[in-house]
Ligand binder design. Structure first.
Ligand SMILES: NC(=O)c1ccc[n+]([C@@H]2O[C@H](COP(=O)([O-])OP(=O)(O)OC[C@H]3O[C@@H](n4cnc5c(N)ncnc54)[C@H](OP(=O)(O)O)[C@@H]3O)[C@@H](O)[C@H]2O)c1
Length: 361
């Protein structure tokens, strides 16, 4: 980390750190989103970005939206020595890759922020069951911090290894946590009915992601069990202080970005002011927006922004609470949350590089 001195308009010099960043997996959607966000970050510079398939190609040749931002930066093959010279390395890779490399980077003194699922589950056996392969680095699990700042901000400050939450898990947990922490919801019968845009599946070619397959249509998938189920359950269990019963049904929708979670929970006490409860829980949180009572948050209102917008309803005054929670899967659901974690980790203002408004329309 280098210390720079910047001349301020009042003539004084202000010292500030410049964080040297490496990204493994720079050609995917979360990788290019990291580049977009870090291009606006005043205290981070991307020094290394990897791709095995595009090594040698300049990043702005692949992603023209970055022209003018990274004139010198080209993809290179992953190399532990080069990555280990960075202050922090983001993994924007499929599961299993961070397992293989994180240990060596941590030994080199580099902090690791992993956007994949490699360190999200605390239980290595449960991870192996859901990901169909043995956990590749169980010895690192005890120090991995689940990077949901609204829950774990203090632990993130001193972490070396951060597991950035998944997209569905971010939207579902932020929506249900206030009810569970307050002991209001019946934790045995929670429902998360969630919709995702197609970029959630990554940039790799697959028939299901083709325009003619995903456009003008909507479908549920993995109803019998999706990999994000154990992750959401793990977070909700902590909030509830005990076991939870959760039905999680993901859907694919014909949009590029966005997650819309419709969350259902029964409450025994219908006299509690839920609007006040949610507003109090997220007061001071820079990236959770509790909307006015009666609101219906839209995914287009968070597109490109690092924000989760939430609205809480109790239809017809009954005992079934409906929480609506929307995020951009690539921002608060991945790369924006990863940068938020970096800011906390390095003692910076949490909003650095992330304070822009979402795109609308
Ligand atoms: N898309 C989302 O909305 C979203 C949200 C939250 C979390 N995530 C998670 O974030 C991670 C990245 O997602 P993505 O959607 O950006 O994926 P993606 O579009 O499929 O990109 C994957 C990247 O990883 C690199 N890569 C693949 N295998 C590698 C290996 N063995 N070693 C080194 N690099 C490798 C690829 O480049 P090369 O093959 O050229 O090296 C590519 O740049 C995944 O774990 C995903 O589950 C995604």
């Amino acid at each position: 980390m280098r210390l720079y001195h910047r001349q301020l308009s009042n003539g004084f010099c202000k010292g500030h750190v410049m964080i040297k960043v490496g990204i493994v997996g720079g050609t995917g959607y979360t990788g290019v989103e990291l580049l977009r966000l870090l291009a606006q970050h005043p205290q981070a510079e991307v020094a290394v970005i990897t791709s095995r398939s595009e090594a040698g190609l300049r990043v702005d040749e692949m992603y023209p939206n970055l022209r003018g931002h990274y004139p010198e930066l080209a993809f290179s093959v992953p190399d532990v020595a080069t990555l280990g010279a960075c202050d922090v390395v983001f993994f924007a890779t499929p599961h299993g890759v961070a397992h293989a490399l994180a240990g060596e980077l941590l030994a080199a003194g580099t902090r690791v922020i992993d956007l994949s699922a490699d360190f999200r589950l605390q239980d290595a056996e449960e991870w192996a069951k859901w990901y169909g392969q043995p956990h590749g680095a169980p010895e690192l699990l005890s120090e991995a911090v689940y990077g949901l700042p609204e829950v774990n901000r203090e632990a993130i400050k001193t972490a070396r290894l951060i597991a950035v939450p998944g997209c569905y898990p971010t939207a579902a947990q932020l929506g249900l946590i206030p009810l569970l922490e307050a002991g209001l919801a019946d934790a045995s019968s929670l429902i998360a009915d969630c919709k995702s845009g197609v970029s959630g599946a990554g940039r790799g070619a697959s028939v299901a992601s083709l325009f003619c397959e995903a456009g003008e249509s909507m479908k549920a998938y993995s109803v019998k069990g999706h990999r994000h189920l154990p992750e959401i359950r793990q977070g909700l269990r902590l909030a509830a202080g005990g076991e939870v019963g959760l039905t999680f049904v993901p859907h694919l929708t014909p949009m590029i970005r966005g997650i819309h979670a419709t969350l259902y929970a029964r409450v025994a006490d219908t006299s509690v002011d839920l609007q006040a409860l949610f507003e109090k829980r997220y007061a001071g949180e820079p990236f959770v927006d509790v909307m006015p009572a009666g609101s219906h948050p839209e995914t287009r209102s968070v597109r490109g922004g690092n924000v989760c917008r939430i609205a809480v309803h109790r239809p017809q005054g009954g005992d079934l609470v409906v929480v609506l929670s929307v995020i951009d899967n690539l921002v608060k659901g991945a790369s924006g949350q990863a940068v938020q974690n970096m800011n906390i980790l390095f003692g910076l203002d949490e909003r650095l590089g992330l304070s822009h408004a979402a795109l609308l329309p």
